[in-house]
Design a protein around this ligand. Sequence first.
Ligand code: CMP
Length: 139
Amino acid sequence: ALQRTFSIIKPDATRRNLTGAINAKLEEAGLRIVAQKRIHLSKAQAEAFYAVHKERPFFAELTEFMSSAPIVAQVLEGEDAIAKNREVMGATNPADAAPGTIRKEFALSIGENSVHGSDGPDTAATEIAYFFSGLEIVG
Ligand code: CMP
């Protein structure tokens, strides 16, 4: 079914001027970028977005990193967009990511892994609503 998912181009990628290269990968995978904005998260905003991970040992590192430089927040639309985006992103750890995936080609490490994508329909809805109003999503 036609679905929407939430995506972030992370600070390691915006710093290296990879926004266009990553968007090309997303579009080649059949995903449409129906909303997009470049923002610099505060530490508090990064902590709120990743609240589900707050007990993890890497939470401080993760939220420092995500607030260290601009990100590009996106809504992606397509057939089975959530799974399709997870496929084109590749495994969380670039060492485990398949050839041709965004993380295999661009990610630096498990933390600086270039992109985030929602892991299911409920998180997609929550994550989209955290960053975008209905008026900003143009399918
Ligand atoms: P993301 O999909 O943005 O969701 C949580 C993030 O935590 C994940 O991608 C990784 O970038 C990050 N992460 C997971 N494990 C580690 C780790 N061991 N060290 C640092 N960051 C991690």
